[in-house]
Design a protein around this ligand. Structure first.
Ligand code: ZN
Length: 389
């Protein structure tokens, strides 16, 4: 065994000794329903979460609450290192909202079957916060050095973080590194994520009787059909760009030329260059019939998260910690975006996917591995220690 492995294994042992409390914490946390679109439940859920954090980590050195308006509030909590005065700051991102509507728990309560635990929001991403909390506790209980940690808890991530984005950017900028406890990709950390654009294209036609007057008017459906083909044709999978018209509406009756048709579009890109190319595709959409018109709205929700050298270096440290824990840690580039995208766009090193091992984000059977939860908490604790070097 390498000398460096000993303190990491001690952290792991301490975490393993607290397995039952971690499982209980996660079960209790999931039992607080926090749908992204239910402000009252979000307030209740955040209140519970802060009280639980107080129990586990003590009173934070600083607390800032940012009103989310109609969306969930964001709270920023500081947990300075008790051992290192001059430690760097790391920003940890955890969202407490889930995609599950109120009442889901009644039909789908938390349950444990062997090594797997299931419940709404278990994988995305309630287990992630539990892992971070116990990683911090392990470091502090054993006197292991760690950075000062600034925890950002937001309640609108599943909506694209409309109100928390500026808070995330501001807090991320104040730190040296960003750790995102979103779920892993089959155990792999996420060092690159695609950028996501959400667009809406509207075709305006002119309604006339399609049978009596076929030569006049303009069909919005005719126009939007060409738009759909043009957009799908602009996908470039080799370059990492996919464009999908996922919803299409238009027309009123079979015998009327449609005066309106709307396409809703999801775009994913792997580079800023591709984002600009896609922008140009939208900007040059034109109606073919002079009586019709095409307009688009929307834009980029999350910028591309590139695998920078700084991020790669932080992954290398995590991989060393993993090997001390006898884990084979991989990294992945994924199509889904997270709040890590915002931080990465600021040029900060970002390690994402530090959260749960399991599967089924946004799916009715999402689950996490309890062994995985313990291992990842140990990984996070070891990584925190390494980040002070
Ligand atoms: Zn998530």
């Amino acid at each position: 065994m390498k000398d460096g492995a000993k303190p990491i294994l001690a952290l792991q042992q301490w975490i393993n000794d607290h397995r039952d409390e971690m499982v209980q914490d996660l079960s209790d946390y999931i039992s607080q329903e926090t749908p992204s679109d239910d402000k009252n439940l979000l307030i209740k859920g955040l209140d519970w979460t802060e009280r639980w954090l107080g129990l586990r980590l003590g009173t934070p050195a600083a607390r800032r609450l940012v009103d989310g308006g109609e969306h969930g509030d964001t709270v920023v909590l500081d947990y300075p290192s008790p051992t290192l005065g001059a430690a760097p700051w790391a920003t940890a991102l955890c969202h407490y909202d889930t995609v599950w509507e109120a009442g889901t728990l009644a039909e789908w309560p938390v349950s444990v079957d062997g090594d797997s635990l299931t419940g709404p929001g278990a994988f995305d991403m309630k287990a992630g916060l539990v892992q971070l909390v116990w990683a911090l506790k392990a470091c502090d209980a054993l006197g292991a050095p760690r950075p000062h940690v600034r925890l950002v808890l937001n309640g609108d991530e599943e909506l694209g973080s409309p109100s928390s984005r500026p808070v995330i950017e501001e807090e991320a900028r104040r730190g040296a590194a960003v750790l995102v406890f979103e779920a892993s990709a089959d155990g792999a950390l996420k060092t690159a994520r695609k950028g996501v654009g959400i667009f809406r294209v509207e075709a305006q036609g002119e309604a006339v009787h399609a049978g009596l007057d076929p030569e006049s008017g303009a069909s919005a459906i005719d126009e939007i059909s060409r738009v759909v083909l043009k957009l799908h044709g602009a996908s470039d999978l080799a370059a990492g760009t996919s464009i999908n018209v996922g919803i299409l509406h238009g027309g009123t009756r079979t015998n009327v030329k449609a005066d309106k048709a709307v396409a809703h579009v999801d775009v994913r890109v792997s580079s800023d260059e591709e984002a600009r190319r896609v922008d140009r595709v939208f900007a040059t959409l034109r109606a073919e019939n002079p009586l019709a018109a095409i307009a688009f709205s929307g834009g980029w929700n999350r910028p591309v998260m590139q695998r920078t050298e700084k991020t790669a270096a932080m992954f290398a440290r995590a991989a060393e910690v993993a090997s001390a824990l006898n884990l084979d840690l991989k990294e992945a580039s994924v199509g889904g975006a997270s709040d890590g995208n915002f931080a990465a766009a600021l040029g900060l090193p970002v390690l994402d996917g530090l959260g749960a091992v399991g599967a089924g984000a946004h799916a009715r059977n999402e689950w996490i591995s309890i062994t995985g939860m313990l291992q990842r908490a140990a990984l996070a604790a070891g990584l925190l220690t390494r980040l002070t070097e």
